[in-house]
Design a protein around this ligand. Structure first.
Ligand SMILES: [Fe+2]
Length: 432
């Protein structure tokens, strides 16, 4: 890409992203914007001003070297200073002020985008800082969508239903033993935790060709899965008891669930969503399987045995299009298994990208050769056994914040996110 192409792409991506943030915040009135819909989430008006504040810190002040717009509010929007549950008590910008602030910051960014050199410092090479800010806002758009799912009241968001299944997809794919390239050193906007590319050698394994569906998960529930500690780890069972879990979040126990304010019958072929890591782990044990490791997930998604190289996405190196995956909040639910045959990987594994984030068995950590960039707080401070990795993005994730190498992480009890899973198992010697 030429320098001018990068600038045009950045401007288009910033604009596209902001339009989504506006949809999510204009959908509700001012009372709803400042209210906390769940102690797990910030008020929507916090997300909005926080997006603007990060854009100011990184692009206006750091990259652009300009005067601060609102230095006085930095501490209010520093996610490390105030946990989500405390944010409603802060003297936050109101809805009108927050909107005006984000617009002021954006105008300055578009002005400096035309002038600032995109070389000479790692932070600006190939537009990295701008890409980081686009991804950051997109991540908050997904967070805001999760807040909408927790909001009580009449529905306010509209979207077309996802495509129907075009092919029957079930069973497992065999991934033969061998090395593959995990992570990336080439993707210009990849974040520090996706780097560097490195070789991982895996024994043969089988992985589900589709995420676990509502119908499959219902079988686990009907079989008494939530009543039998046998399927649960010690910590998982303790959590199940303490939290009183009886099924995925937003299920009512009568074959219906609530989605963005609408109560509807469960769709059998749709991937199950809003399960925590412990629930995924218990289901897998009940099914005689286990969760895939992060490396197993990525090899199934990216490895092309014909060339021996790893693709950017399961379908190839092209950016996601509508025919490949359910991304970007085009639909407000996962699509049924088999809805995206054009998005399958060379191994015949479907819907790895989009629909639901997929829990893996892996703890979040740095790859060999990891270097924090642009700061330790982006990823490194979260490394360790308390966070589990999720892969692949959901229907609420934008394509700018989702790649074959993209890594998300969360606590194993969390399920307000758009989280599902698929299962894997080690191949027996005769298959390997
Ligand atoms: Fe943030």
């Amino acid at each position: 890409m030429t320098d001018i192409d990068v600038r045009l792409l950045v401007a288009a991506e910033l604009d596209r992203t902001r339009r989504r943030s506006v949809v999510l915040t204009d959908a509700v009135d001012d009372d709803d914007l400042v209210r906390q819909h769940s102690p797990l989430m910030s008020p929507l008006v916090w997300d909005l001003a926080h997006v603007g504040n990060q854009e100011e810190l990184w692009l206006v002040r750091d990259v652009g070297g300009r005067e601060p717009v609102r230095q006085d509010i930095d501490h209010l929007y520093d996610a490390f200073q105030h946990p989500r549950k405390d944010r409603p008590q802060l003297p936050l910008l109101g809805p009108a002020e927050a909107r005006a602030y984000t617009r002021t910051v954006r105008d300055k960014v578009l002005d400096l985008l035309d002038r600032v050199p995109l070389e000479g410092r790692p932070i600006v090479e190939r537009g990295f800082a701008f890409g980081m800010i686009v991804q950051h806002e997109q991540q908050h758009d997904e967070t805001m969508l999760a807040t909408h799912q927790l909001r009580v009241g009449p529905p306010v968001l509209q979207a077309a239903p996802p495509p129907r299944a075009a092919a029957a997809v079930g069973g497992e794919a065999l991934i033969p033993a061998g090395p593959f390239t995990m992570g990336t050193s080439a993707e210009p906007w990849a974040l520090d935790n996706e780097r560097p590319a490195h070789t991982v050698d895996l024994p043969a394994y089988l992985i589900d060709r589709a995420p676990v569906t509502n119908a499959q998960y219902q079988e686990f529930v009907d079989a008494g899965g939530y009543a039998n500690p046998r399927w649960w780890s010690t910590e998982g069972w303790a959590h199940r008891m303490r939290a009183g879990l009886f099924g995925p979040m937003h299920w009512h126990g009568d074959g219906t669930y609530t989605r963005f304010g609408r109560r509807e019958p469960l769709v059998s072929a749709e991937p199950v969503v809003h399960v925590c890591w412990y629930e995924a782990e218990a289901y897998a044990a009940w099914a005689g399987k286990r969760l895939p490791t992060e490396a197993e997930w990525e090899k199934a998604a990216r490895f092309d045995p014909a060339t021996g190289r790893s693709r950017r996405y399961p379908w190839g190196d092209e950016d996601p299009e509508e025919r490949h995956a359910n991304l970007g909040q085009r639909h407000l639910s996962p699509a049924p298994a088999g809805a995206y045959p054009e998005g399958a990987s060379p191994a015949g594994v479907h819907q790895l990208i989009g629909d639901v984030w997929e829990w893996t068995s892996s703890d979040f950590g740095g790859y060999p050769g990891f270097a924090p960039f642009p700061y330790r707080e982006y990823s490194e401070v979260f490394f360790g056994p308390e966070y589990k990795v999720l892969r692949g993005g959901s229907f609420g994730t934008d394509k700018a914040a989702c790649r074959g190498t993209f890594r998300n992480w969360d606590y194993p009890i969390r399920r307000q996110i758009f989280s599902g899973f698929r299962c894997a198992r080690s191949a027996s010697p005769e298959l390997a």
